[in-house]
Design a protein around this ligand. Structure first.
Ligand SMILES: [Zn+2]
Ligand SMILES: [Zn+2]
Length: 355
């Protein structure tokens, strides 16, 4: 364990806070413009704790003490999973190093790649061509402060294997005998042995992040994953994991087995009718779980007194979020298409029966 529990990211020239600048891939002082390289780390010789050791370390963690900001002396109250933050009093960027060291040190980090100034445009593009959105949304909605968060994720490599069985049928020719029409229908039992490998599946390990939002903000390109370095955290919020790999593995297992079974279904049952699954014997086999911090911008869009959660992938710029539903617009939209459909059917009836 490091002796100093708080690490500051201060400018060597003027002492102002430094932040990680994704465009430069350097630490930059916002006050005087001084930049500092993040040197490539030497290959880590320290032993890498296993996934199990990480899980156990989390379960044994002691409550965080109260910190005093090194710069201004103010008491910094943080939640148990906070690892990096900006001091609310002096704006100094601090990292609580013991949240990211020893057994619970992340196996890697994907640094932010896009900058917050590109977000308003990205969000506007996201709104475009959403016919159900109220017109006043464009003029009246407000965007909250954008926070760049390094969210803890478990990244899994796993295999899926086993046998799946489907029911299917094929309809042959029809023939008439007496008063009856007979149709040949053959029923089949379709079996498939499945063996698939999955890599780099990211499942968030943070209780406070919305799972659906985090699932949709993926995928991340993990080829750009770097050895963990606290300097990437400068100017951002970062949380350590507060869910063990064991706790989130179920979400991963469900996802891979359902992907594998629907792939198996589409490969096995083409040309068959009335397809259904009879038996699903697929089993996921975990190969590896890495603990990685991934870059995500979060903010809220306020509209008519309600807040809507948004997230943007800090590496790819993918925007996800829910949009407010306007029942009046939806009703109009529905009515318009209902009317078109109704007119169409009325014309058809007219043509066939009255003409
Ligand atoms: Zn400076
Ligand atoms: Zn301070």
């Amino acid at each position: 364990m490091e002796t100093n529990p708080i690490l500051e990211q201060k400018c060597p020239a003027c002492g102002a806070p430094m932040i990680y600048n994704p465009t430069l891939n350097k630490l930059e002082c916002e006050f005087c413009g001084t930049t500092v390289d993040i040197p490539a780390q030497a290959i880590q010789e320290e032993p890498k704790p296993s996934r199990k050791e990480k899980d156990e370390a989390l379960n044994q963690m002691e409550p965080l003490p109260v910190y005093n900001c090194v710069s201004c002396g103010a008491e910094v109250l943080v939640s148990q999973e906070t690892g990096a933050l900006t001091c609310p009093y002096c704006r100094n960027n601090i990292v609580l190093t013991q949240q990211f060291s020893g057994t619970i040190k992340p196996d890697g980090i994907v640094p932010f790649k896009i900058t917050p100034d590109s977000l308003p445009q990205a969000v506007n593009d996201f709104y475009k061509d959403k016919p159900l959105l109220s017109k006043s949304f464009f003029s009246d909605s407000t965007m909250s402060k954008i926070t760049g968060v390094y969210v803890p994720f478990w990244v899994f490599d796993c295999d899926v294997s086993g046998e799946v069985t489907f029911n299917g049928s094929k309809t042959g020719g029809s023939y008439r005998r007496g008063d009856y029409i007979y149709t040949d229908v053959k029923h089949y039992s379709l079996e498939r042995n499945v063996s698939m490998s999955f890599a780099d599946l990211a499942v968030d390990a943070s209780k406070k992040m919305d799972d659906a939002l985090m699932d949709s903000v993926a995928p991340f390109n993990l080829k750009e994953c770097k050895p963990f370095d606290v300097r990437y955290l400068a100017g951002y919020v970062a949380d350590r994991f507060d869910q063990t790999s064991k706790e989130v593995q179920e979400r991963n297992d469900k996802r891979v087995t359902s992907t594998a079974s629907s792939l198996a279904m589409s490969h096995t049952t083409s040309g068959f009718e009335n397809v259904s699954m009879r038996q699903n014997g697929l089993k996921p086999i975990m190969k590896q779980a890495k603990y990685i911090l991934l870059p995500i911008y979060v903010f809220k869009i306020g509209f008519e007194g309600k807040d809507y959660d948004f997230a943007v992938n800090g590496q790819t710029g993918k925007v996800v979020g829910t949009l407010p539903r306007d029942t009046r617009v939806e009703a109009k939209y529905f009515f318009k298409y209902f009317l078109i459909g109704f007119l169409f059917v009325a014309i058809l009836i007219f043509v066939f029966f009255v003409w």
